[in-house]
Unconditional design. Structure first.
Length: 303
């Protein structure tokens, strides 16, 4: 390929779609032309096989996607796009592709048990819940402000669903998120104490911008468990956000932690910068089982 001259325009710049535009001088002076000549490839054009490697070296996600080229090249030919316009379209798609890849990675790393969204939540099932407040949380201001949410209610009312849906929304905003049950968190930290990797394990739970701690209160905690959980919540209390789901009101947390002082300390840290969201009603799982025993399909039944 010959080196560009000082008055050269990009190939195809004066195509019919660019009629009426002046030719673009890429290198307006001799010095720029000389510098460009040293950078412009003088070898044969890259083969299709080497194209992914070239794009990979530039970290162009959208150009690495064969579908972008398979769709884009015929489209550009059909629309008679100039080279610059075609390249501009590809580069405009790059941020969206990178965002999509980042969101997919964050959702995978969050370890959600299942992907839930607010669109699939059954608002009609609980007998009482603050819908406006819950919808407000999806703006994720509480995450930006390092505040906390505590979902309180008996089992089967959708607490985990809502917590997961908020977590997925946080990933879509590119907030690093981690989902864990209280039991799994404690088990992992106990194991890390045994192999002397506690500090590294603690960072796993304290580093994310949002930690979702599910199912606190279903099992009582021994001294080791409550001390480890206290460390996580203390480290996160003002450094990042927590969404906690529990079936126990604060006044019953002493039964869970088996220590009034620790229960009070943890509750105070969460309440000081947190919002309590109380959900009331009958367990969805109990309702579904009752309808099944009556020979009814829960999806067809309306109360």
């Amino acid at each position: 390929m010959p080196a560009l001259q000082g008055d050269a325009s990009w190939p195809g710049e004066n195509s019919p779609t660019d009629s009426g535009k002046k030719s673009v001088r890429i290198f307006p002076n001799t010095n720029q032309t000389r510098r460009a000549a040293t950078l412009w490839p003088t070898t044969e054009p890259a083969s299709r096989e080497s194209f992914p490697d070239l794009c990979g070296s530039l970290k162009f996600d959208v150009l690495l996607d064969e579908r972008s080229l398979e769709f884009g090249c015929p489209t550009s030919k059909k629309e008679n796009l100039s080279h610059t316009t075609f390249l501009e379209r590809l580069l405009q798609a790059e941020p969206a592709q990178r965002h999509q890849n980042t969101v997919a990675r964050l959702i995978k790393e969050a370890h959600f048990p299942a992907i839930k969204t607010i669109d699939t939540f059954d608002w009609a099932h609980p007998t009482s819940l603050p819908k406006a407040l819950i919808l407000q949380t999806f703006k994720l201001d509480f995450v930006e402000q390092k505040q906390h949410l505590i979902f309180l209610g008996s089992g089967g009312l959708g607490k985990s669903h809502l917590a997961t849906a908020i977590g997925v929304a946080a990933c879509q905003r590119e907030f690093k998120t981690l989902f864990t049950t209280a039991a799994d968190l404690i088990n992992r930290l106990v194991a890390s104490q045994a192999d002397h990797s506690l500090e590294r394990a603690l960072r796993k739970f304290t580093a994310p911008k949002l930690l979702i701690l599910d199912e606190l209160g279903y099992l009582p905690l021994d001294k080791q468990g409550r001390d480890l959980l206290f460390q996580v919540i203390s480290k996160r209390a003002e450094a990042g956000s927590i969404i906690l789901t529990t079936n126990k009101p604060f006044k019953e947390w002493t039964e869970v932690f088996q220590d009034h002082a620790v229960a009070t300390a943890i509750a105070e840290r969460l309440i000081e910068h947190g919002e309590l969201i109380k959900i009331e009603g009958t367990s969805y799982r109990v309702k579904k089982r009752r309808l099944k025993n009556l020979g009814l399909n829960s999806s067809d039944h309306k109360e």
